[in-house]
Write a protein that binds this ligand. Structure first.
Ligand SMILES: C[S@@+](CC[C@H](N)C(=O)[O-])C[C@H]1O[C@@H](n2cnc3c(N)ncnc32)[C@H](O)[C@@H]1O
Length: 204
């Protein structure tokens, strides 16, 4: 008879999340965070999502389909390469930018009334801090700047990422009173059951 082993491990989820696909396109997200994203989008109803870090575009496609379900909104997804699937390129709600977050013109976000930003690029501390400092400006009050993969600390990889996203978030929050961590999402599935530990930053 099949006997189930006890609780799943962080290492198991980490390994599995690298294999997740959406509509057949790799989408590197923790399963808990998939669910949180659709709830956040339903709550905020953004008309622009800026995603920093497209990779193959599975997450971009997922976000764009959620916007399609709500009947409005577009995704601007930024990377440094053009490696994503045709399905992503053809989606009417997706615009792709390949020159890195450093070269995205923030004026492109100025005509939208509800802007949500997701930072999911290299995860190196200096780049993460630079990206969140820049893009925090266009997040609209009540919406979120979601900084992914603080879980790097818990996986023991902090040094490899020069401090990683958590160091960047802490430094950023020390420099502003415009954002606060929304613990509602951090602890939704139990304490810190998300890969975006301390990463749900709400603009006040
Ligand atoms: C973790 S992956 C993104 C995963 C994707 N959002 C998903 O959930 O499937 C990180 C991506 O960030 C990109 N990247 C690295 N430096 C960047 C930069 N300066 N600007 C934008 N994207 C960058 C990498 O090329 C890579 O495709």
């Amino acid at each position: 008879m099949f006997k189930s082993k006890k609780a799943f491990s962080l290492e198991g989820i980490d390994k599995g999340h690298h294999k997740v696909t959406y509509k057949g396109v790799p989408c590197i997200k923790c399963p808990f965070d998939y669910v949180l994203y659709q709830m956040i989008i339903d709550e905020i109803k953004p008309d622009l999502i800026i995603e920093i870090g497209t990779n193959k575009g599975g997450s971009t496609l997922y976000l764009a389909d959620l916007l399609e379900l709500q009947g409005k909104g577009v995704v601007h997804s930024i990377d440094i390469s053009d490696g994503c699937s045709q399905l992503v390129k053809d989606h009417p709600r997706i615009s792709l930018f390949h020159q890195g977050w450093e070269n995205y013109d923030l004026a492109m976000a100025s005509n939208y009334s509800k802007v949500l930003v997701i930072e999911d690029a290299s995860h190196y501390y200096p780049s993460t801090l630079g990206a969140i400092q820049k893009f925090s400006q266009v997040v609209t009050p009540g919406s979120y700047l979601i900084v992914e993969d603080g879980i790097i600390d818990d996986l023991g990889l902090k040094k490899e990422y020069q401090g990683g996203p958590v160091k960047a978030i802490e430094e950023f929050l020390n420099s502003t009173s415009e954002f606060e961590i929304d613990m509602k999402w951090v602890n939704f599935f139990g304490p810190s059951a998300t890969f975006n530990t301390i990463g749900y930053l709400k603009k006040i």
